[in-house]
Design a protein. Structure first.
Length: 469
């Protein structure tokens, strides 16, 4: 279902060379109201609800259609988002598996028996719960995984029986629109998944409407917390913001295994991932050789056209982000950080993968989410002090520790303030069936296919009273 045409057109540009990919009409408040009315009316009339077996069949057909279009979906995601071809193909395959997971998990949306007869007052009763769809779901998505995030924010709703309206990032709407078309091709009835390409005011109107029962947001903390403050009473939400992921490296770490993991975790999608490796705290006894070797590996990364299969790192999503990263790196160097590699813009859209050693703890690269191809390495002598620094920011998402000592690993996991801590792996590790989400300023609620599905349902208790029980 493509947006209704309007007089205002959105230009979707290639983030690599800024060439025009496509123009799409932007819709306004009138179209948002139509979408909300459609979704609300579908949910209010239970005769419209899609039975579980039909939802399973629709999603299974969606999987089969997507399998025949892997190349097309990959190129679309790479062109509009800038993630290199190989990584974009992995995203597409993950998205296909995510749809499959949602179909499989429909069978697990069950309630439980509530024991009765435990007191005199509860005699002759049978109690049990069921899980019902929560209602209208509205999702706002981000640019960095244009297909897979769309799947996580739409298929979870469809699987639970909720009509869903999604607003993709305006920089990357094509993957979302293509996926919604596939859903309808697979047999999803009209109105159950609607894509809205709109501006800020219309998007806010969509989210704060009292007919919305659940709000899913992936994006900046500033916007996410603002929209949460505007939600209608009773609207549940899940907000996924960013982080500044810390890594603790002990002196007994297996460096040969660690460095390739940190390289991938730090420079995957040019660092434009909410759990990218950003702050690496390395024991002083091995810090210099580790930093030197990591910089040498970073220098070998190929930056270029995301459609070129030889590219390891693509562009940032827009030239203004290159300007920001350049400014932050220069600030760190001016205030004492040692530049080990990179540190320069390649073009208006690409920035060299950069490694900084011991930047001051009060500069932007140490205190804010970089969301760019920059990794900072800090030397430490006391692990507990390093953990205190790692925990000192207000963003806490995923973290990691590298050590061969089980006691140190468990102690570090316990002390790091993070939703998830990886042991001997990079901070950006994720599979789509694990719980995923930030805490504190990094977000609220939990993602992951089955976890989102659970949040998009609500329990209903039935208690039956009978003299024969």
């Amino acid at each position: 279902m493509h947006p209704i045409k309007s007089n205002t057109m959105l230009k979707v540009l290639s983030p690599f060379d800024q060439t025009l990919i496509k123009e799409i009409p932007l819709v306004g408040k009138e179209e948002v109201e139509k979408a909300l009315s459609t979704a609300y009316e579908l949910f209010q009339n239970q005769s419209n609800w899609i039975p579980a077996h039909e939802r399973i069949s629709i999603l299974e057909r969606t999987v089969e259609i997507m399998k025949t279009r892997v190349e097309e979906l990959t190129i679309t995601a790479a062109r509009e988002g800038g993630k290199p071809y190989t990584d974009s193909k992995i995203e597409v395959l993950r998205a296909i598996h995510g749809v499959k997971l949602a179909a499989e998990h429909i069978a697990h949306l069950n309630g439980e028996q509530i024991p009765m007869g435990l007191t005199k007052a509860s005699e002759n009763r049978l109690g049990f719960t069921t899980r019902e769809p929560i209602g209208v779901v509205c999702s706002i998505s981000a640019f960095n995984h244009p297909l897979n995030l769309t799947v996580h924010q739409t298929v979870t709703a469809i699987a639970t029986g909720c009509p869903v309206i999604i607003k993709p990032a305006r920089t990357t709407p094509l993957s979302c629109l293509g996926f919604v078309d596939i859903l309808h091709e697979a047999g999803l009835p009209s109105g159950w998944c609607q894509a809205i390409i709109c501006g800020t005011e219309a998007a806010e109107q969509l989210i704060i409407d009292e007919r919305v029962n659940y709000f899913s947001f992936i994006g900046s903390a500033k916007i996410g917390w603002y929209l949460r403050s505007k939600l209608s009473p009773g609207t549940r939400c899940a907000l996924e913001h960013g982080g500044a992921a810390p890594v603790i490296v002990e002196k007994d770490a297996d460096v040969d295994e660690m460095l390739p993991a940190l390289l991938k975790g730090g420079f995957y999608h040019a660092g434009q991932v909410c759990v990218s490796v950003q702050r690496v705290f390395v024991h002083e006894s091995i810090c210099d050789p580790v930093a030197k070797q990591f910089a040498e590996m970073t220098n070998k990364l190929v930056v270029g056209d995301p459609l070129d299969e030889k590219s390891d790192v693509g562009p940032l999503i827009s030239p203004i982000e290159v300007d920001r990263v350049e400014k932050w790196v220069n600030e760190a160097i001016d205030k004492g950080a040692k530049l080990l590699c990179g540190g320069k813009r390649i073009s208006d859209t690409c920035y060299e993968p950069t490694v900084l050693l011991n930047p001051p703890l009060n500069v932007c690269v140490s205190t804010q989410e970089i969301f760019g191809p920059v990794v900072c390495i800090y030397s430490y002598s006391d692990r507990d002090e390093a953990i205190i620094i790692a925990n000192s920011l207000d963003v806490h998402f995923q973290a990691s520790v590298f050590t061969k000592n089980l006691d140190i690993a468990l102690d570090t996991v316990k002390k790091l303030n993070a939703t998830a801590v990886m042991v001997n792996d990079h901070t950006a590790f994720r599979v789509d069936w694990m719980p995923f989400g930030g805490r504190d300023s990094s977000g609220i609620g939990m993602g992951g296919i089955q976890y989102s599905m659970h949040e998009m349902t609500r329990e209903k208790l039935m208690v039956i009273k009978s003299s024969v029980l």
